[in-house]
Design a protein around this ligand. Structure first.
Ligand code: GTP
Ligand code: MG
Length: 273
């Protein structure tokens, strides 16, 4: 039997699943769960101490699903408490705050922590991950835009939702899609079903968009040395244009990256004799 297969009652169509929340302290994990389960929002920050546990029932198609939610503390201090809760999980809610770049950059470390705790025989492939880009109501402080978050999530085959625990935006939609995906996984023998959304763009495209986004100037963006010739600039431009052309590339952020490359080329050619 697959390690991640949930316990299933012999009779009827009910299913028991385990989901966990992950992400830095204060990104809004507990508030997202509270918004969905209790339809309310608490603005005062009450740090989760270790783990909070709750049970909820949801209906997915003809199945009654009993969901055991383990809401983890994000603070590093609680590592020793949460590390034993990673195993036998079917779904992970991975949260960051769109106004805190650190919390977005930390997502890889969260995956690494889980992988380490699951050990060499743990299988992360057959777990449903949903990424919540949370606190989208705080538009003034936003520093991680949708395409950046979506690109990270989708290049890993994860679901991605923009959420606000405060206003409720995206929360129900996120949980519904998440639970349906988990039930699909269970009905597929514990293996993640192949979907159209995965692999709709290449790793090269995703990496290039990220590189363009982080480039320090137009030379760097085109991947040429400062002082490069017209020919070198045009050659580099054509290569990127083929890779990122909006007609060919559906990766999140490709349109902006393409425009940036066009502008970088124009700016450089203006100053090259
Ligand atoms: P730990 O338990 O310490 O890991 O934190 P957490 O990720 O569970 O954060 P929590 O849900 O406790 O929320 C942290 C703070 O952010 C609280 O003050 C919340 O009121 C606030 N908050 C959570 N979600 C949102 C949101 O969508 N919008 C806004 N504006 N504030 C939010
Ligand atoms: Mg919490």
């Amino acid at each position: 039997m697959e390690a991640n297969m949930p316990k299933r009652k012999e009779l009827g169509k009910s299913l028991r699943i385990k989901v966990i929340s992950m992400g830095n302290a204060e990104v809004g994990k507990s508030c997202i769960i509270k918004r969905y389960c209790e339809k309310r929002f608490v603005s005062k920050y009450l740090a989760t101490i270790g783990i909070d546990y709750g049970v909820t029932k949801v209906q997915v198609r003809d199945r009654e699903v009993k969901v055991n939610i383990f809401d983890m503390a994000g603070h590093p201090f609680f590592y020793e408490v949460r590390n034993e809760f990673y195993k036998d999980t079917q779904g992970v809610i991975l949260v960051y705050d769109v106004g805190q770049k650190d919390s977005f950059d930390a997502l890889d470390a969260w995956l690494a922590e889980m992988k380490q705790e699951l050990g060499p025989h743990g299988n992360m492939e057959n777990i449903i991950f949903v990424v919540c880009a949370n606190k989208i109501d705080c538009t003034k402080h936003r520093c991680v835009d949708e395409s950046e978050g979506r690109l990270w999530a989708e290049s890993k085959g994860f679901l991605y939702f923009e959420t606000s625990a405060q206003t409720g935006e995206g929360i129900n939609e996120m949980f519904q899609t998440f639970y349906v995906s988990i039930v699909d996984l269970c009905e597929n023998g514990g293996k993640r079903p192949i979907t159209n959304s995965s692999a709709s763009f290449t790793k090269e495209q995703a990496d290039t968009i990220r590189r363009i986004r982080n480039s320090k100037d137009s030379w760097d963006m085109l991947g040429v040395k400062p002082g490069a010739s017209r020919d070198e600039v045009n050659k580099a431009y054509r290569k990127l244009a083929v890779l990122l052309h909006p007609d060919k590339c559906v990766a999140p952020g490709s349109e902006d990256a393409f425009k940036a490359v066009v502008n970088a080329r124009t700016a450089l050619l203006k100053n090259i004799k």
